[in-house]
Write a protein that binds this ligand. Sequence first.
Ligand code: GLU
Ligand code: ZN
Length: 292
Amino acid sequence: MIFTTRFAPSPTGPLHLGHAFSALLASDLARQHEGQFLLRIEDIDRTRARSHWEEQIYDDLSWLGLTWPEPVLRQSTRMEVYEIALQQLWSRGLLYPCTCNRRDIAAATSAPQEGAPLLGPDGIVYPGTCREKAVRSGPMPRDIPLRLDMQKAAQTVKVKSEFHFFETGCGPCGSTGRVSFSDRELTDTIGDVVLSRRDMGTSYHLSVVLDDAAQNVTHVVRGQDLFDATRIHVVLQVLLDLPQPIYHHHKLIRDDAGKRLAKRDDARAISKYRDEGVSPADIRAMVGLDHR
Ligand code: GLU
Ligand code: ZN
């Protein structure tokens, strides 16, 4: 299997320094291992994806000196694949419909005796309001969010082992080793995540695992902020019988105040630096890839 990394941005805003770091690191690792670096456009959120942001991504990455094979995989062309996987999970009783919104979830978790609601990778851990009452038989409902029954998923996955593992590392700034997590952690700290969002027919979690598998990605290079999401991805890989890549979670690039960069931090946009006359080599130095 050829060593394969990828950079998978969503065209919903400008790429900033953190993205540059992720992309450069993924590309460097592939080069060091005589492998390949892929670009994938994660444009499933049709309400937020814009073609001008996609153009800007190609432009910024080329300017940084990155190259990738064409054509680029765009998630919006893969809806059928996502649908088939959802159907598979639905037919095994692993999904259930739920229309609770953020406010419902906040209300359900705010009882005084409960303490502060626990935060998972997708916000407050879902309290399971609809889990028992939802109908799970018949045709898969459409245009309604579908959640993964994490307890059932964990039990299914347990057939293989009681602990779930993923490997991390390889490269200059990540530790190397195996990370394990238990069923209990899955149900208590992640919970029933949404796998099919309304208006999307899929979700980041589902699409990303299916696409990494379809593109034979062997090493996923991503920010430390996605560490918990990786656990969801590992569970989905087992459920859907997909290979598990090695995960390299890298440090986050922070602003001068030590705050993590957000999509909205246009001040750190690559395009802004370009306008100011900063060079690609300067960017590499700024994110700590080269010392100057
Ligand atoms: N589209 C995701 C993002 O931009 C991909 C991250 C990942 O799965 O590594 O955050
Ligand atoms: Zn609900």
